[in-house]
Design a protein around this ligand. Structure first.
Ligand code: VG1
Ligand code: CO
Length: 565
């Protein structure tokens, strides 16, 4: 039987260049006639679409169901043989990565703008993942972008829309559509990785002194968290909140940090919760936050690496190597050095970890932006990190018969062994692009002329002196495929080992966002008083000096950052 395929004439749109993690724009931009269709056709023009198996899903944000139908129409017209679609168009980013790998799919299209707000006036996003389950590398995203610049028509196959709410197998023109349970495969995956019986027995015996609260921020993780924490680990229903995915995330900003996850922070403080956690819109980020205990993402990945052997997956398979994105603190490097493991520094964005994992050289990695994960999939994984912490805490308590060991005990123990990397990120969101570019140019000038080298800067409030030892533009050569990524952030290092990084965000949808990352290392021998300071105390002087050197306030016309993490 043949099916009618129509060619619809179109014209290229400007700016369909995928950023750090896919194409992210306002919903209204995607809703323009032909806009979404063009980008989807460009994806099919850049991959081997004939006979392909594609995984489709996302964070359930506004405009997702419509886009799934668009993908079915254009994909089947381009010869895709099979679509595996999450029920109600829902698949968390890590769940989608797992499904691509498990069912050996050609790739996947993920409908998400991650932590960016959703709804008719907010953001939407489309991201292509390749057969290893990870975000498409730059050679693929560049190809997609090139296609969007010359596109003249796209193909559609008219079939009746599929009911995305019904699990089962359906025919769609010449293609097959399997609507699958969004959660089941992911739950199986985590049960294979972690020691669930150990975690469960720990939680059962600490019902009153170790209470858990997970906040889904109305993102995609709600059903996953319910299956793992409530149905499997036996925690009460009150241990999860905001766990119904909503197309506009309830009007919130589904970003797990101290500013945007305030529903979690407030509940943890009010109810004395020992272990709180939150995830972002698409489920790949996490925050660990208990009463009086905040774990920076840079420390989190380092502590997971330090404790890896208590997690059955690593006990069995071993830990091959460790890695972090460039702006992430160097805490994990210290763990690698102590354990004699190989370690890597890659540009911002999870896609840079994939090659190292595929080559068997990387097991655990993270980003300062609340991203933590391992080679069990090829995306960062919010619930994985949260269950990893529960597994570690359960194991630490199983070893000790004394008092309950909580988040702060693990942090302090880590600092006593390795020292502490104070770390903070300042985000200046939606600033004028001119100002952001001028800031970058100012640093480039200093780089070329060497005018900052060896200069001494004194913090006005703490009188600490910082001497610049180098300024460079971070560039990465992939050790596996030797591809080179340039201009990945400007780094200023100081003689005491401190570091400041400036980077432009690649995920914003409006204007420019400048990120300033500051890191100061204090060795273990400095003692508990020094190690136990708050991040803002530990970094005060360095932040003043960073702002002075960069003239940031002058260029951006902002006195204060939008968000501090
Ligand atoms: C940000 C983070 C980066 C992360 C990316 C995608 O990118 O800094 O570490 O990988 O978001 O995360 P940028 O270019 O805006 O700094 V997610 O959860 O939005 O997929
Ligand atoms: Co995300």
């Amino acid at each position: 039987m043949s099916f009618p395929v129509k060619d619809i004439p179109t014209k290229p749109f400007d700016g369909q260049k995928p950023g750090t993690s896919g194409l992210r724009k306002r919903v209204k931009v995607f809703q323009q006639e032909h806009y979404t269709e063009n980008f989807i056709q460009a994806i099919f023009d850049s991959i081997e679409a004939k006979g392909a198996t594609l995984v489709i899903g996302g964070d359930g944000r506004f405009f997702s169901p419509e886009t799934v139908q668009t993908i079915l129409k254009i994909g089947s017209a381009n010869g895709v043989g099979k679509f595996i679609v999450g029920k109600d168009s829902i698949l968390s980013t890590p769940a989608a990565s797992n499904i691509i790998r498990k069912y050996k799919a050609t790739g996947g299209i993920l409908l998400t703008a991650s932590h960016n707000p959703g709804g008719p006036d907010n953001d939407f996003g489309i991201k292509y993942n390749v057969s290893n389950g990870g975000p498409a590398p730059e050679n693929v995203t560049n190809k997609i972008y090139e296609k969007t610049k010359t596109i003249q028509s796209y193909k559609v196959l008219e079939a009746s829309p599929i009911d995305l709410g019904k699990i089962g197998k359906f025919t769609y023109g010449p293609a097959e559509v399997a609507i699958i349970d969004s959660v089941a495969d992911y739950l199986t995956l985590l049960e294979d990785i972690f020691d669930f019986p150990l975690i469960k027995s720990f939680l059962d015996s600490h019902k009153s002194d170790f209470r858990v609260l997970f906040d889904g921020l109305h993102g995609v993780t709600g059903p996953y968290a319910r299956a793992i924490l409530v149905s499997t680990l036996g925690l009460p229903e009150t241990s999860i909140q905001n766990c119904v995915p909503l197309p506009d995330f309830g009007g919130g900003h589904p970003d797990p940090n101290l500013t945007y996850a305030h529903t979690l922070v407030e509940a943890v403080e009010r109810d004395n919760i020992a272990f709180g956690a939150a995830s972002d819109g698409d489920g790949d980020r996490n925050m660990i936050y208990g009463k009086g205990a905040f774990v920076t993402p840079s420390d989190s990945v380092a502590i997971i690496a330090h404790w890896a052997e208590v997690i059955p997956y690593f006990k069995k398979g071993g830990v091959k190597g460790l890695a972090r994105s460039m702006p992430t603190s160097k805490a994990i490097d210290l763990v690698a050095q102590k354990k004699g493991l190989e370690y890597f520094e890659v540009p911002t964005g999870w896609k840079f970890f994939g090659n190292l994992m595929d080559a068997g050289r990387l097991s655990i990695c993270g980003e300062e932006s609340f991203g933590t994960g391992s080679d069990h999939i090829r995306e960062k994984d919010g619930l994985w990190a949260i269950v990893a912490w529960l597994n570690i805490i359960a194991a630490a308590n199983a070893k000790s018969s004394n008092k309950l060991i909580g988040i702060n005990d693990l942090l302090n123990e880590f600092y006593e062994i390795y020292g502490r990397s104070f770390f903070s990120r300042y985000d200046y969101e939606e600033v004028p692009s001119d100002g952001a570019n001028a800031l970058v140019a100012h640093l480039n000038d200093a780089l070329k002329s060497g005018s900052l080298n060896d200069t001494v800067h004194t913090s006005a409030s703490t009188s600490t002196k910082f001497t610049v030892s180098s300024l460079y533009d971070f560039e990465y050569k992939d050790p596996i495929d030797h591809s080179v990524s340039k201009n990945q952030g400007q780094v200023i290092t100081f003689s005491d080992g401190s570091r400041v990084v400036f980077r432009l965000s690649g995920t914003g949808s409006q204007g420019a966002t400048v990120r300033m990352y500051v890191e100061r290392y204090v060795p273990a021998k400095a003692g508990p008083a020094e190690l136990g300071k708050s991040a803002s105390e530990g970094l005060k002087g360095l932040i003043e000096v960073a702002l002075e050197i960069s003239k940031l306030k002058e260029f951006l016309g902002r006195d204060e950052p939008t968000v501090i993490t």
